[in-house]
Structures are given as structure tokens and as C-alpha cells.
Ligand binder design. Structure first.
Ligand SMILES: Nc1ncnc2c1ncn2[C@@H]1O[C@H](COP(=O)(O)OP(=O)(O)OP(=O)(O)O)[C@@H](O)[C@H]1O
Length: 302
């Protein structure tokens, strides 16, 4: 489906992608994760033929994205992070306009417009001007538009980050349905959402891929038990004290709230109270949790 080999993208002195390598085979939804400025949008723009790589080889659906772009474009679709529309058009007119750009005949355009506006939950608003749509409605119209060519491969850049919880839930439910029909490559920094719908994830950090794995394998290899605890008051140098303990894998600290990944929960249960007591800490809350995708992501990126 997608293969990137030694992909580099430079914008004058900025090296947005340093050396990106990954392969995507098979079906399902692929979550493309990274923090702000990690290189997600740049990668997606190259994969969809909107930007040219500085160096490296990129293949989409088996074709070279630079040399054979025309062969790829009809079978893929891209919903950018901030889709733009002609606000004076109605949702239905917009879909007709996009269908005409593809060169579809009138009957097919009408059929797909109805099917997709219904599927994306905006059929009832089809006769309203897009300028009056809410952010969530615009995102759903963007999704309907991106499905008009029945793509084999759908690229979504942060599709739900601008939506409220209800809008996010609706779009994610729709994506769960869509991934049965096409491959979805979705960038996001909302890890909870990715965890709900992705089968595999690829993590990019500072222009380099640092991990590519199925969610199951990722959790199996990176899941360490977590103990989270809260102290009555901050204790100076507590992180340094904890770092010296060889049964601790990693520490996250926010004010006087700590989350530690531990190798062996039984050893941790015995040692942690002693270490905290010796450091003069007073515990007000203590619980054992398991790693979420967010915990794993933070550990990998940090
Ligand atoms: N046209 C451009 N000119 C100069 N620098 C750019 C350009 N586009 C992107 N960059 C830089 O490349 C790096 C990667 O940007 P990119 O937009 O791909 O990140 P991102 O992971 O999508 O971030 P975000 O989550 O904030 O959207 C950043 O340092 C960014 O400033």
C-alpha cells in the first residue's frame, strides 16, 4: 500500500523529514502519531503528491509518487487538517461540484452524493450553505467529499482534533465502518482516539520513524505495570531518588503527582512505600494501573 525509503524533506534550512522509512501492507487503519512539528503533515502531503520529496523513494499502491502520480490519484483521497470549501455553496452543491471535477456523470454524482451525505450524517443539512455549518458538520462534509471516488486508500490529517466529544465519537464510529471498505492512514496526536480505531501505529518524532507496530504487539512489548501516586506536598529531588531504583523503568512527574512504570509490580509494592517514606513524602493517593497508548508514546518520545 505505502512504502517510504530514506525519505528526506527539506524546506531551506529546516529538515522536516530526516530519514523516514516504513511500509504498510494489508488492510485496516494505520495511526500516524507524533507531537507538534514531528513531520506528520509533511509526510502525508508527500504521500498524496502535494509535496515533492527532497530525496528518497516513495511508493503508493505500488507506483512511484513522483513519476506515476496520475496513476495513484484516482484511487486515493485526502482530507486535510483544515479542509476548505466555497462557503456560499450548499453541502449538496459542493458534492456535485467535486463529482464534476472527477468527471463523473450526473446520475452517478447524484447517487453518491445522497449515499455519502447520509453515511456522514449531513443529509438533513444538504440544502444549507456550508458557511453556516459547524466545525463538526464541515469535517463530515470533508469526509463525504473524500469518499466520492471510492478510494482504496484514504489519508486523514487530524480528522477529529477540531471536534467536540460528540462530533469526535460520531466521526470515529464512521471511520470504524469505513476501515472495512478501505485502508485508512490517519495522523493524530489524540492517542485515545487512535487507540479506538487503529490496528497498527507508526510513531514519528523529529522527522524520523521511531516505531512501527501493531497495537497488540506494542502493548505486549511495552506494557509495564504503572503505579500512580500523589503526595501531600512536593518533595525536592524525589525524581532523582526514584531514578536510582533499578526496578523503575520510567517516571512521569506533574507537580506532586507521579506515574512510574515498574518492571515487577510485586517488587515495586514492597520497595516504593519504603523509598517514599525515607524521602519524607506523605502519600495521599496510590493506585496500580496498566499502560495506555499515551503512556507508551510519552515514554518512547521522551
Ligand atoms: N512550508 C514549510 N516551510 C518551512 N518549514 C516547514 C514547512 N512545512 C513544514 N515545515 C516544518 O517542518 C516540520 C514538520 O512540520 P509538519 O507540519 O509536518 O509537522 P506535524 O507533525 O504535522 O505538526 P502538527 O501536529 O503541529 O500539525 C516543522 O518544523 C515545520 O515547522
Amino acid at each position: 500500500m505505502i512504502s517510504c525509503k530514506n525519505l528526506v524533506k527539506e524546506f531551506k534550512s529546516v529538515q522536516a523529514l530526516k530519514n523516514v522509512n516504513f511500509n504498510i501492507e494489508g488492510n485496516g487503519c494505520f495511526g500516524f502519531l507524533g507531537g507538534n512539528g514531528a513531520g506528520k503533515t509533511t509526510t502525508i502531503r508527500i504521500l498524496t503528491g502535494l509535496a515533492i520529496p527532497t530525496r528518497g523513494e516513495v511508493k503508493v499502491l505500488g507506483y512511484d509518487i513522483v513519476k506515476d502520480k496520475e496513476k495513484i490519484l484516482k484511487s486515493i483521497s485526502y482530507l486535510p487538517q483544515h479542509p476548505s470549501f466555497y462557503d456560499y455553496m450548499t453541502g449538496e452543491k459542493w458534492m456535485h461540484f467535486i463529482g464534476e471535477l472527477y468527471g463523473f456523470d450526473k446520475r452517478l454524482i447524484k447517487e453518491r452524493t445522497e449515499e455519502l451525505l447520509k453515511k456522514c450524517g449531513i443529509w438533513d443539512a444538504r440544502n444549507r450553505q456550508i458557511g453556516g455549518y459547524s466545525g463538526g458538520m464541515k469535517q463530515r462534509l470533508g469526509l463525504a467529499q473524500s469518499l466520492i471516488n471510492k478510494p482504496k486508500l484514504l489519508f486523514l490529517d487530524e480528522p477529529v482534533s477540531a471536534l467536540d466529544p460528540i462530533g469526535r465519537h460520531e466521526v470515529l464510529t464512521l471511520l470504524l465502518e469505513l476501515k472495512k471498505e478501505m485502508v485508512i492512514f490517519m495522523s493524530s496526536h489524540i492517542l485515545e482516539d487512535v487507540e479506538k480505531i487503529a490496528d497498527e501505529i507508526i510513531i514519528i518524532d523529529k522527522g524520523e520513524i521511531i516505531l512501527s507496530s501493531t497495537i497488540e504487539d506494542l502493548k505486549a512489548s511495552y506494557t509495564h505495570p504503572i503505579i500512580s501516586f500523589e503526595l501531600l506536598a512536593p518533595v525536592e529531588n524525589l525524581s532523582s531518588v526514584l531514578k536510582n531504583e533499578n526496578w523503575i523503568v520510567s517516571i512521569q512527574e506533574v507537580s506532586n503527582h507521579y506515574k512510574i512504570n515498574v518492571k515487577d509490580i510485586d517488587i515495586a509494592k514492597i520497595h516504593l512505600p519504603k523509598v517514599l517514606h525515607n524521602a519524607g513524602a506523605i502519600i495521599t493517593n496510590y493506585q496500580i494501573e496498566s499502560s495506555s497508548l499515551e503512556d507508551i508514546f510519552l515514554r518512547l518520545v521522551n
